[in-house]
Design a protein around this ligand. Structure first.
Ligand code: G4P
Length: 528
């Protein structure tokens, strides 16, 4: 490889920060995203992301579900530049009924920002998303939001993070007061204070401080809060975890920042520290060994396919995470699964829902490819290689429904829709073995059913019937010999779309009994 290209790649890779914000609904993800975009100059008016959220509802039709439920079903990618870094934020839907889509999007991130409401602490959805990030071993940064409201004691919050999530934490800054008394934060690393000024706290003043005992803090915060701060930080210095960069990189220690997104308080410090500490794109595993981001040959994989973003054209967009090499518009790459060369001619880059044509892009970037139906989730595209990325986990569905078509005359469209939507990764499909060919759908979140039903009707003109079943667990079965009669009570045997045997169980007891009774059979959570 020419030195010039390698240098260019190294430089561009070093600039990239690609991350996702994980949180429970209402923790303030939209607000924080918007503030970050404002710093990057990617948007100029506060409220634009929210407005886009609303505008999207007005323009896109299958997103009607979003409108009805006031949630964002699909995730998008936002890019901006700040302090010499190219930042990509992957937007993961934050509603309760999230889907496999959410999980898959996390595979495209190199780090995650965990947003926590100071009053509510670690909530259900945060836990689930955290676990996916944990599995990948990516660094996780924590932003504790809504400090302008009365919340839990910061020590209790840290304790909760460690207890519930099992990750050690290191506070990078510390609140001076909270709620109505909030007057600032003390930055432990930079040794400076950020103080709210003015009656309405509208200005923020940053002052260097010798340490947390600096008289300037006492002068501005008063004796009570200054004493409290000194006491807290002494305790942290003695009993808290020290900052350890290696542990942060390994996802074993989370740097914690306190702030208030809506007041823009602590956001800039957070952004600057985050950009410094978060990793640039690193190597990724493939069937062909590790691929380094500065490898000359382009490669990437599709982690998400979104249908019908523009209802005027019934197109699909495949989201590709670039893992190595330089992307150039019009380049030819190998579509590894299809075994064909394809030309990438209409690539798009995203800012919220705007799409721009992109000419070049680098590892860490996400581009959208026009998909005339040739891509599947997990597909790898590579220049001159047959590698496949080993990134996309499939998830064990937890909710199951029997699906059937209401009007038998629509059988053909129904099968087509079922085929295409399962290919997209919308739902997982299972077929019963035996005289009655029942079809089951399995999902991670109820919302996937709703979207599936909606899209079957709107895109394929098919009314379907979904009957929820009692099943709660799916286990892929690997066995030399299988005795179907053993799967009768509170369970059933089905085939997945690749003809693998899968057992569905109604409860944990049934599953455990089956596992105990069949020691020679392997029960896997996902497809082998
Ligand atoms: P989400 O995307 O995570 O669901 O949360 P979003 O940003 O929409 O924020 C949820 C609510 O929390 C919003 O209030 C938002 O203004 C508020 N919020 C965000 N950050 C802070 C903060 O630092 N302090 C306080 N006090 N509130 C915060 P809302 O009433 O639901 O909407 P809006 O009418 O204010 O837009």
């Amino acid at each position: 490889m020419s030195k010039a290209i390698r240098d260019e790649l190294k430089q561009e890779v070093a600039k990239r920060r690609t991350f996702a914000i994980i949180s429970h609904p209402d923790a303030g993800k939209t607000t924080l995203t918007e503030k970050l975009l404002l710093y990057g100059g990617a948007i100029h008016i506060a409220g634009s992301v929210k407005a886009r959220k609303a505008a999207r509802h007005a323009t896109s039709d299958w997103m009607e579900i979003e409108k009805q439920r006031g949630i964002s079903v699909t995730s998008s990618v936002m890019q901006f530049q700040y302090a010499g870094k190219n930042v990509n934020i992957l937007d993961t839907p934050g509603h309760q009924d999230f889907s496999e889509d959410t999980y898959r999007t996390l595979t495209a991130a190199d780090s995650a920002v965990m947003l926590i409401d100071v009053a509510k602490g670690v909530e259900a959805q945060t836990i689930k998303l955290f676990q996916v990030c944990r599995k990948r071993g990516i660094p996780i940064f924590t932003f504790i939001n809504k400090l302008d409201r009365e919340g839990q004691n910061p020590f209790e919050l840290l304790e909760e993070i460690e207890r519930v999530l099992g990750i050690r934490s290191v506070p990078m800054n510390w609140p001076i007061g909270m709620g109505r008394e909030l007057c600032g934060v003390y930055d432990r690393m930079k040794k400076q204070v950020e103080l709210f000024q003015g009656n309405d706290h509208s200005t923020i003043e940053v002052r260097p401080a010798a340490d947390y005992n600096d008289p300037a803090i006492r002068e501005m915060a008063g004796d009570y809060l200054a004493d409290q701060l000194a006491q807290d930080l002494e305790l942290l210095d003695v009993a808290g975890d020290p900052f350890d960069y290696e542990k942060v990189r390994a996802g074993e220690l989370t740097p914690v920042f306190f702030g208030s997104a809506v007041n823009n308080f602590g956001v800039q410090t957070f952004l600057e520290n985050f950009l410094q500490l978060a990793p640039a794109p690193t190597s990724r595993r493939t069937t062909d060994g590790e691929v380094e981001p500065d490898d000359e040959k382009f490669s990437g994989y599709i982690f998400k396919i979104q249908a019908n973003m523009n209802p005027a054209h019934r197109d699909r967009i495949a989201f590709l995470r670039i893992c190595s090499g330089k992307f150039e518009r019009g380049m030819s790459v190998k579509h590894v699964r299809a075994g064909k060369d394809i030309k990438l001619s209409q690539p798009q880059q995203f800012l919220a829902q705007d799409r721009d044509i992109v000419d070049t892009a680098y590892p860490g970037d996400i581009i959208g490819l026009f998909d005339p139906g040739i891509f599947r989730i997990g597909d790898s595209l590579a220049q001159g290689a047959n590698l496949t990325f080993d990134e996309l986990p499939t998830f064990s569905p937890e909710i199951f429904a029997k699906v059937s078509v209401k009007n038998a005359l629509k059988q053909k469209q129904y099968l087509k829709g079922l085929d295409q939507l399962t290919e997209e990764g919308m739902v997982q499909v299972f077929r019963s073995i035996g005289p009655f060919e029942d079809t089951y759908l399995g999902v991670v979140g109820q919302l996937q059913f709703d979207v599936f039903e909606y899209r079957m009707k709107n895109e394929y003109g098919v009314d379907i019937q979904l009957a929820r079943t009692q099943f709660q667990f799916a286990r892929w079965i690997v066995a030399d010999k299988l005795d179907a009669s053993k799967f009768r009570i509170n369970s059933t045997l089905v085939k997945d779309k690749n003809d693998n045997n899968v057992a569905l169980f109604e409860n944990e007891y049934a599953m455990r009994t089956a596992v105990e009774r069949m020691p020679d059979v392997k029960f896997l959570e996902t497809a082998p």
